[in-house]
Design a protein around this ligand. Structure first.
Ligand SMILES: Nc1ncnc2c1ncn2[C@@H]1O[C@H](COP(=O)(O)OP(=O)(O)OP(=O)(O)O)[C@@H](O)[C@H]1O
Ligand SMILES: [Mg+2]
Length: 274
């Protein structure tokens, strides 16, 4: 019996598991329907790149999964639990398992970097000031920022450092899933590639699951395990890059088949695609 249990557990452990499962989602603001009949799975341990035209609802979907926007229909399961049925204490426990880097307002401008990183810690943990400081320094180190960044104001940082500091804040509570909304926008290509490397390293070392909204073709090609595309109020395709390249959907054809996209495509994929 015990042996069977172990086998069953092993099978479960190797089976890909959807840590986020969205089904038949509808979100509207008044008369304006943003999503309708949207389905999406985010698998444990993957970096999922989420693409779609500007204004299609990528940020709204992120906020809906986080419980910050009301849905009018559909179900959202996180770690196998329907978020609608969670009691407030369970909801709070769930929130601690999320880390978020919003598209706008990455950091509070009136707070130092260290204080920014400590905001989620203060909200959810009851720790001494010394311990909070120590933890903030660990997070700074994790994202590759020097210790002297701790007491700087966001206005004293470069764009790339702000992104890293915002990531450190997203990682403050050791989350299992991080939501990154266009984390490399505004960075130069080297800075963006370094940020992607950092995300890949964190995925490997911490076992993070990453939901990353991005327009960055290099990130999609090099950092993402799978890609999901939003158009026509739905996820129109989801899978590895090859799935995107094979799609007949006009938006995907324009996005990945354009000259700019083709030029950046890794050589192996380019041969497959042409
Ligand atoms: N709180 C809100 N109230 C009303 N409409 C909203 C609200 N938030 C977003 N919208 C609308 O929902 C649509 C989707 O917005 P969203 O920010 O999700 O787009 P996006 O795909 O993230 O675009 P981008 O790539 O430019 O960031 C837009 O038309 C936006 O104006
Ligand atoms: Mg957005």
């Amino acid at each position: 019996m015990a042996a069977q249990d172990t086998l069953a557990q092993r099978a479960l452990a190797t089976e890909p598991e959807a840590v986020i499962r969205v089904r038949d989602l509808k979100v509207a603001f008044g008369e304006k329907v943003i999503m309708d009949g949207l389905n999406l799975d985010v698998m444990r341990g993957e970096i999922l790149g989420f693409v779609g035209g500007s204004g299609q609802g990528k940020s709204v979907l992120t906020r809906t999964i986080l419980g910050l926007v009301r849905k009018s229909r559909g179900t959202i399961e996180v770690f196998g639990e329907n978020v609608d049925t969670l009691s407030p204490p369970k909801r709070r426990v769930l929130e601690r398992r999320f880390g978020v880097m919003f598209q706008q307002g990455a950091l509070f401008s009136a707070l130092t970097v260290k204080q920014n990183i400590q905001v989620p810690m203060r909200e959810y943990l009851h720790l001494s000031p010394d311990l909070l400081d120590e933890m903030a320094m660990v997070k700074l180190d994790l994202v590759g920022l020097p210790p002297d960044a701790a007491d700087k104001a966001p206005s004293e940082l470069s764009g790339g450092m702000i992104k890293r500091a915002a990531l450190a804040r997203a990682l403050a509570l050791d989350p299992e899933i991080v939501f990154l909304d266009e984390p490399t926008s505004g960075l130069d290509p080297i800075g963006a590639a370094e940020f992607d490397e950092l995300i890949m390293t964190l995925k490997q070392t911490l076992g993070l699951t990453v939901f990353m909204v991005t327009h960055d073709l290099d990130s999609l090609y090099h950092a993402c395990d799978r890609i999901a595309a939003l158009a026509d109020r739905k996820v129109i395709a989801a899978g590895p890059l090859a799935t995107m390249l094979a799609s007949d959907h006009p938006w995907l054809k324009a996005y990945f088949g354009g000259e700019r996209a083709m030029a950046r495509l890794p050589a192996g994929e380019r041969e497959l695609h042409t």
